[in-house]
Design a protein around this ligand. Structure first.
Ligand code: HDE
Length: 754
């Protein structure tokens, strides 16, 4: 935010106590800030009615005598109540629960051989973006850690118009044809009689539909895997899922699959954490995203493309128009082309995150759609849904949806027209409307014979000209032959999971089918998985006492038997503690040097330090007394042991402390924190007097970490202990200003957080 800027938006942000810091700026932000539609809330402005006349009283409505009837002619009360009555708009029918952030996309590798889209060819160009992550089935207030596929939608405000990639965090989808989407979603949404369960697929209708829908086989396993319980939206992969098309200057079409890869790596929660977080912090993921951006730990993602020429289109065992299949990286490597960084939280959830309208049909010159039957119906659906959701065909002119490039249009009127269009409202016209690729009025704007087609359809760079390609066929309800195969990639996915990941899938299947009451639903799903992997089916069936015969499909010479795919193998995550949320215990009597040193080191690393204290507010170190707020080393806490739980953090640092500290650490709530964190494989460090509490009270009899007790500074199973921190090291902590300054024990902890 430029310091010289004194516009309304800043005033509002500063005046509103809980507003978050607003950093990052770009052309879209400048546009939003420049809009006079921002409503101020600072000192020298007045509170007004909707016609902007000042009002003097918002507390008491007008009535005839203090005990008499309220007067309907009170314009203030009437207007306020009426507006309130209409505050809600329909939530998204799917993906209702979302979290958004502004950012920029910077291209580092040009794709000019395959596209003329400037956003993908102008290296170094920064394009503003707005990204919205979401769950799918849960309603607007549902818990975010329910097992759910995640949406990953990005709107690029390019210089040639808005381009949206409306993707998910799984590379494939449940069904091949968009027309089945309605039933897929109905089956997953709460049961109509009771309206339960919320935000989960663990019920009969969903698994009934799945077992009767052959195309959903591979996705049934993806959706039970750790992909559906992500640790953070900062650690989420993204996929365009559908096949799109890029078009170059010569009009050559190239098929493209879009990928997002988080720089922090892909991480999942463990199921027990999800269950607990659902109650402890249903907003866990949106809070994590907003906190990280506020702390300057900006999430970033790499955009990649898999490119397939028209000549290669039919060269795979699967059809690239089938969105229940992914393209393994072994067959088509991913080319990484640019970086998206999310660096600014929205100012207003409703105006930005709720009103942002993604449409798969939003593409820019140099792009086109494929004939993927899912994409074709999506291109209709998104535009259509915004009309009822946002109330008008004019949704593209809402502030968050406006492009940042100048344009002229002869589209006019409709409800909620936010612009004042000048110039002709028809075309062609005598005013020579500029920037139209074809010379109007000077000949027909179409071709009628083969000879003319070649010249007429040449791509006009900078315009959506849709390069021609040949289409022929019999009209009917048809699917290509290769759409009929469903086992290969289901098996490839299963084979590519590690043993632990496979076990998680089995446990998830037992949970989901365990919430179904119909034996037939349980049986049909288990038998389907039997054709993917016999052991998988046996393991799930053992929880239901259902008999599993020898499989029909597996071991019948399928190409994927025993094979796995690089794209799916456990992610090769960067080994780094960057971005972690670390709880630092500052119960009264803590060691001030260690706490302040660790806070400084964690923050400097680009991670998020959270102080957990004896109270919310000032906490008092060793040698000071509560209330002595001027004392050295007093630190403000973010949480207490009651207001937070270990589940909110990736790691816990327990410093040395005095008797008071040790006594609080030895009480039930603190011990529970430690035990729970250990059970969830979190990194834990303890120093000095905290070590005996850790080893003998919190986790007595547990042997996994014991080696750490004996090897100074080394970690064992994520536990780093140092009962006797060398005094020279202790004194060094006073000077810590960055993670690199930590030595010995502190370094061992940071390394273990990676
Ligand atoms: Fe969507 N989808 N979808 N979808 N979808 C919507 O659009 C729909 C599909 C996805 O953060 C809706 O604006 C149909 C696949 C995301 O705002 C709606 C079909 C994938 C988001 C809609 C599909 C998605 C949506 C609801 C089958 C994975 C959230 C509100 C033809 C690539 C975007 C809205 C955001 C949202 C319909 C299939 C992902 C109703 C009919 C496949 C990430 O238009």
């Amino acid at each position: 935010m430029p310091e010289s800027y004194t516009g309304d938006g800043v005033a509002q942000t500063q005046a509103f106590g809980h507003a978050r810091k607003q950093l990052g700026t770009n052309a879209k932000i400048a546009q939003l800030e420049g809009l006079t539609v921002r409503v101020p809330l600072d000192g020298d402005k007045h509170v007004s009615n909707f016609a902007q006349a000042p009002v003097d009283n918002l507390d008491t409505s007008m009535r005839a005598g203090p005990r008499g009837p309220t007067s309907i002619d009170d314009p203030v009360a009437r207007e306020r109540i009426s507006h309130f009555d209409h505050e809600r708009i329909p939530e998204r029918v799917v993906h209702a629960r979302g979290a958004g952030a502004h950012g920029v996309f910077k291209l580092h590798t040009s794709l000019e051989d395959v596209t003329c889209a400037k956003v993908l060819t102008q290296v170094g160009q920064e394009t503003p973006v707005f990204t919205r992550f979401s769950t799918v089935l849960g309603q607007n207030g549902a818990a975010e850690t329910a097992r759910e596929v995640r949406g990953f939608a990005v709107k690029f405000y390019t210089n040639e118009g808005n381009w949206d990639i409306v993707g998910n965090n799984i590379p494939i989808f449940f069904i091949q044809d968009g027309v089945k989407f309605v039933d897929l979603i109905h089956s997953g949404k709460p049961e109509p009689q009771t309206h339960v369960p919320q935000a989960q697929t663990a019920h009969d209708s969903f698994w009934d539909f799945m077992s009767l829908t052959p195309d959903s086989l591979a996705m049934s396993l993806f959706s039970l895997s750790d992909y559906t319980i992500p640790r953070s939206y900062r650690m989420l992969k993204g996929f365009g899922v559908n096949t799109f098309v890029l078009v170059n200057k010569e009009g050559k079409r190239t098929f493209v699959k879009y990928h997002w890869k988080p720089h922090l790596g892909q991480h999942a929660l463990v199921w027990d954490e999800c269950l607990k977080l659902g109650g402890q912090d249903p907003d866990y993921l949106r809070r994590d995203l907003a906190d990280a951006i506020e702390a300057g730990a900006y999430p970033s993602y790499e955009l990649g493309v898999q490119l397939i020429s028209e000549e290669e289109e039919l060269g795979f065992d699967f059809d690239i128009l089938d969105c229940t299949k992914f393209v393994p990286e072994e067959l088509v490597p991913i080319k990484w082309v640019g970086t998206m960084t999310l660096n600014r939280n929205p100012t207003n959830y409703f105006a930005e995150t709720e009103q942002v309208a993604f449409c798969t049909s939003n593409i820019v010159p140099g792009m086109d759609y494929s004939n993927d039957p899912m994409l074709q119906l999506r291109n209709f659906s998104y535009h259509d849904t915004q009309i009822s959701r946002l109330g008008s065909v004019n949704f593209p002119s809402l502030p968050i949806n406006r492009s940042v490039c100048p344009f002229i249009s002869t589209i006019r009127d409709g409800q909620h027209q936010h612009r004042i269009p000048a110039g002709p409202h028809y075309y062609p016209n005598r005013f020579e409307t500029p920037n139209v690729a074809t010379p109007h009025g000077k000949g027909q704007n179409y071709a009628t014979d083969d000879a003319a087609i070649a010249s007429h359809t040449a791509v006009k760079e900078g315009h959506l000209t849709f390069a021609p390609y040949k289409v022929e066929g019999v009209r009917g309800r048809l699917r290509p032959k290769r759409f009929a195969e469903h086992h290969n990639q289901a098996q490839l996915f299963w084979n590519s999971m590690s043993e632990v990941e496979q076990q998680h899938i089995i446990e998830a299947a037992i949970f989901e089918l365990g919430r179904c009451d119909d034996r037939e639903v349980q049986r049909r799903n288990i038998l389907r998985w039997n054709d993917v992997d016999h052991n998988l089916a046996l393991a799930v069936a053992s929880a239901f006492d259902i008999e599993v015969p020898e499989p029909k499909v597996q071991n019948h010479g399928k190409k994927t038997d025993g094979q796995n795919s690089l794209s799916l193998l456990s992610p090769n995550n960067p080994s780094s503690a960057v971005g972690r949320r670390v709880a630092i215990f500052a119960l009264d009597g803590f060691d001030a040097l260690q706490v302040s040193g660790m806070v400084a080191a964690i923050s400097a690393l680009g991670s998020i330090a959270n102080v957990v204290g004896s109270r919310k507010g000032p906490c008092y170190p060793r040698g000071t007394k509560p209330g002595d707020s001027g004392a050295k080393g007093v630190i403000n806490s973010n949480f207490t042991l009651e207001s937070g739980r270990s589940t909110l953090f990736d790691a816990i640092f327990i410093p040395d402390g005095d008797e008071k500290f040790v006594s609080e650490l030895g009480k039930g709530r603190a011990l529970h924190w430690i035990r729970e964190a250990f059970g969830h494989f979190k990194t834990i460090a303890a120093v000095g007097a905290s070590v005996p509490i850790f080893a003998h009270k919190a986790l007595p009899g547990i042997t996994e970490y014991k080696a750490a007790l004996h090897e100074a500074y080394s970690s064992k199973n994520g536990v780093v202990l140092a009962e006797n921190l060398a005094s020279d090291e202790s004194s060094l902590w006073a000077k810590v200003s960055g993670a690199g300054d930590l030595t010995g024990f502190g370094k061992a902890f940071i390394d273990a957080c990676a």
